[in-house]
Design a protein around this ligand. Structure first.
Ligand code: PMT
Length: 395
């Protein structure tokens, strides 16, 4: 995925420096040529030998200990990308202010390559207005920021500031370098269950958690696609995906139809309500008004509409959530909605479908071929779905 790409990996002095080792390994595994640069602070946390052993070149730490008199310009000019993992508050401040205090900050100022910084620090520091202002300055200059996550921090505290997971960082590198197999493609994914209002407080909903849709969005972004995620749920946004929050089937239809005009691949993993109340009561229905008679009407079939207007070359993927006659029902939907692929899941089976972290699916293609994926985590299911989409596209 990153073959031939030269990446300068800057490591600064935070406890998360040990995770830079894993990032380095993953970049090298993906084919990148990794040139590590450590700050003096980083050496308090990890040894040079560890990074040197995994990277493509020995670690560099100083402006003065190289044969080359100007190592920073050589590093900056030859890089396809400069990545800083972790980026401390000091590094962010120096870079935002244009201060060249060491080899890494000199390299950052001497490069025209894209730069990704991955901040990690304690919550209080991350939320400090000075740090946030520096991040905003860097972002406004076009620096890519892989935001830290919330979770357990050094010393047992819990909060925002934990370094993003190594796989998210490597995904960001692939995305910025436009290096994945889906680079240049626009993928639209729907996720979650729609909510149809009965009155001001009540809705008709379903059990979809959005996990399967988010896994597909994350995998598509990791493969280099521009991803639009139309969602009814509020899960952590996969790096690189643009979220469009919706609630009802009508809102989902409007968002998806707009995005479909430029979509190369559309994956409808959402559980869209088939019926909605004809009219939602303006206020809250009261018990003393008697049992309400809720009249339902069918919602628009978003996927069927997309199938009718499919552009040449566009790949349309639906899901089928079934509790009986899995293959027959899914095949009927594949044909009726003019799909290229339908992902059938028997949601009555243990660990399958709604809310679980796992799924088991059968992939039915318009050309009649069938592939079964036994119970696996939803990211693995997403990989199988996108591998099949690749096949359909003939890539
Ligand atoms: O979200 P999770 O908890 O991770 O669970 C995942 C899942 C079970 C929701 C997912 O794997 C799944 O099966 N999604 C589709 C659920 C569904 O609505 O299936 P369906 O058989 O009713 O619909 C068939 C297809 O038509 C789906 O792609 C659906 O998005 C689409 N549809 C349905 C109705 C409608 N009005 N418009 C649509 O576009």
């Amino acid at each position: 995925m990153l073959a031939g790409k030269r990446i300068v990996l800057g490591v600064t002095g935070g406890i998360a420096a040990y995770k830079a080792v894993e990032v380095c390994r993953r970049l090298v595994d993906a084919g990148a040529h990794v040139v590590p640069v450590m700050t003096a602070g980083a050496e308090h946390f990890i040894g040079r030998t560890t990074l040197s052993a995994l990277a493509s070149e020995p670690v560099q730490t100083s402006l003065w200990d190289e044969a080359s008199p100007i190592p920073h310009t050589r590093l900056g000019q030859s890089a396809d990308l400069v990545l800083v993992v972790p980026a401390t508050a000091r590094l962010l401040a120096a870079y935002a202010a244009g201060l060249s205090t060491d080899l890494l900050t000199n390299t950052l100022l001497a490069t025209r390559a894209p730069v990704i910084v991955c901040p990690a620090m304690h919550t209080e520091m991350w939320e400090h207005p000075a740090v946030q202002a520096n991040v905003a300055t860097l972002r406004a200059r076009g620096v890519h920021i892989v935001e830290p996550e919330s979770g357990r921090l050094a010393g047992g505290d819990v909060g925002a500031g934990r370094l993003a997971a190594p796989e998210r960082i490597v995904e960001a590198v692939a995305r910025v370098l436009d290096a994945g197999p889906l680079a240049g493609l626009h993928v639209v994914v729907s996720a979650g269950g729609t909510r149809e209002p009965i009155d001001a407080v009540r809705v008709i909903a379903n059990r979809s958690s959005g996990k399967q849709g988010y896994a597909i969005a994350a995998e598509a972004a990791a493969r280099g696609a521009r991803v639009s995620l139309v969602t009814t749920v509020d899960l952590p946004v996969p790096a690189g995906a643009q979220v469009h929050a919706v609630e009802t089937a009508a809102q989902m239809q409007e968002a998806i139809e707009q995005l479909a005009a430029s979509a190369d691949i559309i994956v409808m993993a959402a559980a869209v309500a088939d019926f909605r109340p004809v009219a939602a009561a303006a206020g809250k229905l009261k018990k003393d008004q008697g049992t309400p008679q809720i009249v339902l009407e069918p919602t628009p079939d978003i996927l069927a509409g997309l199938g009718e207007r499919k552009r040449p070359g566009q790949v349309l993927v639906g899901f089928a959530a079934e509790t009986s006659d899995l293959l027959a029902n899914a095949a009927a939907k594949l044909t009726r909605k003019h799909l290229d692929l339908i992902v059938a899941n028997d949601v009555s089976a243990p660990g399958v479908g709604f809310q679980h972290d796992t799924n088991a699916v059968t992939l039915l293609r318009a050309d009649g071929s069938v592939r079964t994926i036994p119970l696996a985590d939803k990211r693995s299911i997403a990989q199988a779905v996108l591998d099949t989409v690749d096949d359909i596209r003939g890539t």
